[in-house]
Design a protein around this ligand. Structure first.
Ligand SMILES: *Cc1c(COP(=O)(O)O)cnc(C)c1O
Length: 254
């Protein structure tokens, strides 16, 4: 990993402050209190120093999309600043394979991407095997929803389901996850599909969230919106925005 310069860290300080202003503006435009929307700083493909510095700037929610990078980044931030590392909350926002569930339950504080029953099974098993989560302290998870209006429904565990459960199956997936007492469904997550109006997609996500809350009143979190579309997500009830590029600049292609 190349050495991080003071100039890079200063740029992050400025970008975090500037983004907070934009987020507050989006909240005001939507008639919402900025305190209702958490910023998740996504440092994927960037060094642990970036994550530690973001936390130092007050962005204590940190997001990663690869299990290995999440584990390494969490350890790296702890090494840079143990106190900050302890206070940071780690979000796993990427596609998850069953054989990586163990790594994720050991490192993540919120898993955003449960998209099929078989993955919930693997995550629950991993949580049972480890010592961080239990029936008394269940692992909070979000169900990832596929907002592509052309997505085929398919079977709940089909390959088509990976990357997001079909909206018609959200309640079935939630009921499956609810059979595990060491997992807790806290809400929904989605990525606006390319080529579709994000505002309309996020409006549908909000409707799905209201439907889910009929069964599960505590499932009130909505993880939606990235650098390019967060105002539309905030206007449609997002409680967590996941932002990388606007804070840390363009990523090198992995
Ligand atoms: C990378 C990533 C983000 C952040 O995207 P930016 O456009 O860089 O803000 C958000 N959500 C997920 C799932 C991601 O993988």
């Amino acid at each position: 990993m190349s050495a991080v310069t003071a100039r890079e860290l200063n740029a992050i300080t400025d970008a975090v402050a500037a983004f907070r202003e934009r987020l507050a503006d989006a909240c005001r435009a939507a008639g919402r209190d900025p305190a209702e929307v958490s910023l998740i700083a996504v440092t994927k493909n960037h060094p642990a120093e970036y994550a530690a510095h973001a936390a130092h700037c007050g962005a204590l929610d940190l997001g990663e999309n690869k299990p290995q990078e999440l584990a390494a980044k969490r350890a790296g931030v702890n090494e840079i600043d143990a106190e900050l590392g302890q206070r940071a909350r780690w979000h796993f926002i990427g596609r998850l394979q069953r054989n990586k569930a163990r790594q994720v339950v050991e490192s993540a504080d919120l898993v955003h991407s449960i998209d099929r029953p078989a993955l919930a099974d693997a995550v629950a098993r991993a949580a049972t095997a480890g010592d961080r989560w239990s029936a008394h302290r269940p692992l909070p998870v979000l169900l990832q929803v596929n907002l592509d209006p052309d997505a085929p429904r398919g079977e709940l565990d089909s390959t088509a389901a990976r990357g997001g459960v079909h909206p018609a199956d959200i309640r079935r997936l939630a009921a499956h996850v609810a059979t595990y007492d060491n997992l807790r469904v806290r809400g929904l997550m989605a990525i606006a599909p390319l080529g579709h109006d994000p505002a309309r997609c996020f409006a549908r996500l909000y409707e799905h969230s209201l439907d889910l809350r009929v069964d599960l009143p505590g499932a009130e979190l909505i993880s939606a919106g990235m650098s390019g579309d967060f105002p539309a997500a905030v206007a449609n009830g997002a409680t967590h925005v996941r932002v990388g590029t606007a804070l840390f600049g363009e990523r090198a292609l992995a």
